[in-house]
Ligand binder design. Structure first.
Ligand code: BES
Ligand code: MN
Ligand code: ZN
Length: 505
């Protein structure tokens, strides 16, 4: 799919070249109002009031995001014209714009359109510039076009056939061309990262093993000139990552510890470290989970997937920032070798942990990665994990849970999530909660009981983060969808990328 930009000033009487130009479809936004603006106004005048008549007749539904596909409109070079309802003028907030864009792409994808002239990027969106609109235009299209096919012998008949779209011209107002061109590149890079994250999440655990994730990291490194190191079990043992190893030892699948380095500034800048939970299947271990929906525990590596996806994105963008990715990855399985409730392990930090529930395994693999992160003298560390079912209960599927004792870091992440429409919601992590992790037999227990269990999970992690600013994202509710639309979402690649773009400034 090729994206490019064109500028057009509809106030210039002579400038109708874009309406004359040949394409399969032009996409024009129409506000619900007496007066038309921009492309819609010009289209209306060259068609002797067609747009106005369609609005008046009610055929273009009054709902925001309503679409009407017209064919062979006289005076227009394109063979199709898609009108898209924008609602009341001035009321286009970022979320509405995104929903409108989705609806428009959906209508275009229902046809065999191969080339699109996209005019929605000329509409003003509250608190956003045209770069944002251009980026979102790419993201919404690519989100709809992604299809999981890897383990299907033929695409199911009831699924949309992949996109026919080959070429998209994003039309912007004069003066916005440069911003838009950069934004399209960002949009493509972010979409590529999201696609990777979705694909890894969707793959079953018998394909997407710890070794598979390590191979993906190695391939990324090769393709994008990153440094990669993968530690095997012996090396992880030599490091004494006792908490991580204790989870891994229940499965014949070997654990891997992946280290990715993207360092355009070499040693000269303290890096941001991203740590992703990479449990490729979470059965619960000896504290085994109930059978219902257990298949979804193949998604328990989505934190790791989002780190790999974000690396793909920032490398493609050539972001000017040192970034390290750490991925502890293994399976959590019951067996004669597995952790048992009451077992006590020694973490890389030297702190001992009483494992009261073997299903609270994410924190056990993350804590050793958090300690390992110290060696990079990081400017900040963010871990991303499908950590607690309680986070799904608290926040559902709209917001990721954000935990941090560092207000400045938390605010940066919240702002990035809001801007990118990949939002997070901050939950507390006060010392009072941390008391719930007291153990009679070790320095701490790995669970703190049912009350606020997402918070006590974050408290647990905080014991390993004393030497740097740290934040934890619980993506248990946002990383994938359940039900008939079951599938990975690619979140929070957008949030993380925006956070890193802002940090690099
Ligand atoms: N991977 C799960 C968290 C999870 C559960 C994510 C359901 C999405 C949906 C995690 O390893 C886990 O099992 N957490 C336990 C912790 C508990 C034992 C304290 C949980 O949330 O039930
Ligand atoms: Mn678990
Ligand atoms: Zn888990």
């Amino acid at each position: 799919m090729d994206f490019s930009t064109e500028a057009c000033d509809w106030n210039k009487a002579a400038d109708s070249t874009l309406l004359d130009a040949k394409s399969d479809c032009i996409v024009v936004g129409v506000f619900d109002a007496q007066t038309l603006f921009g492309a819609a106004k010009r289209l209306d005048s060259i068609t002797n009031g067609l747009v106005r008549r369609l609005v008046k007749s009610g055929d273009l539904g009054r709902k925001t995001g309503a679409t009407l596909m017209l064919h062979e409109v006289d005076g227009v070079g394109a063979s199709r014209v898609l009108l898209v309802g924008l609602g009341k003028p001035d009321a286009l907030d970022p979320k509405t714009f995104t929903n409108v864009a989705r609806a428009a792409w959906h209508a275009v994808l229902a046809t065999r359109t191969t080339s699109v002239m996209w005019m929605l990027t000329q509409v003003t969106v509250n608190d956003r510039n045209s770069g944002w609109s251009a980026r979102m235009s790419v993201l919404t299209l690519r989100e709809l076009v992604y299809q999981y096919t890897r383990t299907k012998s033929s695409p199911a008949a009831d699924e949309p056939h992949g996109s026919a779209i080959k070429r998209v011209i994003v039309v912007v107002n004069p003066g916005d061309k440069k911003v838009a061109r950069i934004a399209l590149k960002e949009g493509i890079a972010i979409s590529n990262g999201i696609d990777l994250t979705r694909e890894l999440g969707n793959l079953p655990s018998n394909i997407c093993t710890p070794t598979y994730l390590a191979d993906v990291a190695k391939q990324l490194a090769k393709d994008w000139n990153l440094m990669v190191e993968v530690l095997n079990r012996q090396q992880i043992e030599a490091l004494r990552m006792g908490a991580f190893l204790s989870v891994a030892k229940g499965s014949p699948q070997l654990p891997q510890f992946i280290i990715l380095q993207y360092q355009p500034f070499g040693e000269k800048q303290a890096p941001v470290v991203l740590i992703g939970k990479g449990i490729t299947f979470d059965s619960g271990g000896i504290s085994i989970k109930p059978g219902e929906n257990m298949d979804e525990m193949k998604y328990d590596m989505c934190g790791a997937g989002s780190v790999l996806g974000t690396f793909r994105t920032i490398a493609e963008m050539g972001l000017k920032l040192n970034i390290i990715g750490l991925i502890p990855t293994c399976e959590n399985m019951p067996s004669g070798y597995a952790n048992k409730p009451g077992d006590i392990v020694t973490s890389l930090s030297g702190q001992t942990i009483e494992i009261l529930n073997t299903d609270a395994e994410g924190r056990l693999i993350l804590c050793d990665a958090l300690t390992y992160a110290e060696r990079f003298k990081p400017a900040a560390v963010i871990d991303i994990a499908t950590l607690t079912g309680a986070c799904v209960i608290a926040l559902g599927s709209h917001n990721s849970g954000l935990f941090s004792k560092d207000d400045a870091l938390a605010d940066r992440l919240l702002a990035a999530g809001r801007y990118a429409l990949d939002p997070a919601w901050r939950l507390p992590i006060d010392d009072e909660y941390c008391g719930q992790l007291k153990s009679n037999f070790a320095d701490m227990a790995n669970i703190g009981g049912r009350p606020a269990s997402s918070v006590t999970a974050a408290c647990f992690l905080s014991h390993f983060t004393k030497t740097y600013p740290w934040a934890h994202l619980d993506i248990a509710g946002t990383a994938w969808k359940s039900g008939s639309k079951k599938g990975a979402t690619g979140r929070p690649v957008s949030l993380l990328t925006q956070f890193l773009i802002d940090w690099a400034k």
